[in-house]
Design a protein. Structure first.
Length: 388
C-alpha cells in the first residue's frame, strides 16, 4: 500500500489545515519550515488564544483550557493540531489533546500515581518494579500532552531535576544492580533531546556490561515525525535501541508519520506500538483494526492495548474492561495475529501489567482441556501421559 493511501485527507485539505495553524502565529505555510522539527517545537499550541483561532470551542473545552495551567499543561505540535477537525468536538485527535471541563471530576478509583511508580523509585526518575528491568525517566517534557497521561503528576510540572544532575546516581545504581538487563527510557519523551545529548546518554548506558536491552518509549513519531532524521536513526542504530511508539487512531498515520517509520525501519530500528483504549477515540473494533493494519503496513508491530490508567480526571476518557474484552474478541481470529496486541491492565497500585483476554479455557479433566476458539466453538487438547 502506498504512503499516500494511508492519508485520509486530500492534499488541498491538508494544506488548508496547515495554513490555518500557521496563521495563529502570524506566518504563512512554508513546506520546508513545516518540516523542521525545531520550528514545530517552537510553535506548539499552548494557550486558549491559540485554540480559539483554530477550533470552534465548546464551553467545556473553553473552561478546560482556562483551568489547564493550574492542573496539567497543554501543548500540541502544529503537525498534530492540523489533524484536528475544527468543527467537531468529538474529533478523535482533538479529544486526546484539548482539555475539557470534565478533567475536574475525580471519579471513584482515580489515583494520582495509578501505576505505583513513586513507591518503586529508589532514586528520583528511576523506577525499579520488575526484577530485571527499570524505567528511566529521562526528562519531564513531551512534544504534546495527552490528556490521559499516566505521569501527569510529573510531566510538565517542573518537579523532576534535569537528568545531568541525576545521571551519576542512576548509573551507579545500575552498575550495582547486576540483575538489571533492560532499561526503558521514557519520561517525558527522550527523543526531544538533541542528538548529542541522547548519544551521550545511550553511550553511558551501553558501557554498563550487564545491560542487554535499551528501549525508548516515544510518541515523537506521531506528534513530531519531523524529528526522525537520518542522523537520529544512525544514532539509534549505533546503540542498538528498540523504539516503543504510541499511536491511538488511524488518522494519525499521515505521510510524514509513514515516512518517519520507513526511515526507522530501513535503518534497522525494531518498532513496536502501544495503544491506550480511549472512549470516543478508538473504542470500536473497526477503528482499532484500521489502526493496527495501518501500523503493520508501516512495519510497526502493535504489541499492547492498554486499559486506560485511572489517572485523576480521566473518567470521561476511560471505557469499561468489558468493552476492551469485547473489542479483543472481535479482533482475534478476524485478522492476522500480528494485528492483535495483548490487552493489559497496568494494575493500580503498582501490580504491573496483567494480560486480559476473552475466556478460552472452558474446562480441564484428567489432562483433557476444553478450549474455545474465536468462533465460540469448542475443541479438546489431550496432555501427554508422561512428563516431558
Amino acid at each position: 500500500m502506498s504512503l499516500n493511501a494511508l492519508v485520509e485527507d486530500t492534499d488541498s485539505l491538508v494544506d488548508a489545515a496547515r495554513e490555518a495553524v500557521c496563521r495563529i502565529f502570524g506566518e504563512t505555510y512554508d513546506p520546508q519550515r513545516w518540516g523542521d522539527w525545531h520550528w514545530q517545537s517552537r510553535h506548539r499550541l499552548t494557550r486558549l488564544t491559540h485554540f480559539e483561532q483554530l477550533l470552534q470551542l465548546t464551553p467545556a473545552e473553553r473552561r478546560g483550557l482556562e483551568l489547564a495551567p493550574g492542573k496539567f499543561a497543554v501543548s500540541v505540535t502544529p503537525h498534530f493540531a492540523a489533524l484536528m477537525n475544527p468543527h467537531d468536538p468529538d474529533c478523535p485527535i482533538r479529544r486526546q489533546v484539548v482539555p475539557r471541563q470534565e478533567e475536574l471530576v475525580v471519579g471513584e478509583g482515580d489515583m494520582v500515581d495509578p501505576c505505583g511508580e513513586d513507591h518503586h523509585s529508589p532514586l528520583p526518575g528511576l523506577v525499579h518494579r520488575y526484577p530485571d528491568r527499570v524505567l528511566l525517566l529521562a526528562l519531564d517534557t513531551c512534544a504534546a500532552y495527552c490528556r490521559y497521561c499516566t505521569r501527569s503528576r510529573l510531566v510538565a510540572q517542573g518537579h523532576l531535576e534535569p537528568l545531568a544532575r541525576r545521571l551519576d546516581r542512576i548509573v551507579s545504581y545500575l552498575e550495582e544492580h547486576t540483575e538489571v538487563r533492560d532499561v526503558l527510557l521514557s519520561g517525558g519523551d527522550p527523543l526531544l533531546f538533541s542528538d548529542e545529548r541522547l548519544d551521550a546518554l545511550l553511550a553511558r548506558l551501553r558501557r554498563i556490561p550487564h545491560l542487554e536491552f535499551l528501549r525508548i518509549g516515544s510518541r515523537v513519531p506521531c506528534f513530531l515525525p519531523q524529528r526522525i532524521t537520518p542522523e537520529l536513526v544512525a544514532l539509534l542504530r549505533r546503540h542498538r535501541v528498540w523504539l516503543s511508539l504510541h499511536f491511538s487512531h488511524p488518522r494519525e498515520l499521515t505521510r510524514e508519520v509513514a515516512a518517519a517509520c520507513d526511515l526507522l525501519a530501513d535503518g534497522g530500528i525494531p518498532l513496536g506500538s502501544q495503544t491506550v483504549l480511549l472512549r470516543g477515540v478508538n473504542d470500536a473494533a473497526a477503528t482499532l483494526k484500521a489502526l493496527f493494519h495501518g501500523l503493520l503496513k508501516m512495519r510497526v508491530r502493535p504489541y499492547y492495548l492498554y486499559q486506560c490508567d485511572p489517572v485523576v480526571g480521566t473518567s470521561h476518557l476511560r471505557t469499561s474492561v468489558a468493552t476492551g474484552l469485547q473489542i479483543v474478541s472481535q479482533l482475534r481470529g478476524h485478522t492476522t495475529g500480528y494485528a492483535v496486541p495483548t490487552y493489559v491492565v497496568d494494575a493500580p497500585g503498582g501490580g504491573g501489567k496483567i494480560p486480559l483476554q476473552p475466556e478460552t479455557v472452558s474446562a480441564c479433566e484428567d489432562g483433557v482441556w476444553t478450549l474455545v476458539n474465536w468462533e465460540g466453538k469448542r475443541f479438546t487438547y489431550q496432555d501427554p501421559a508422561y512428563d516431558v
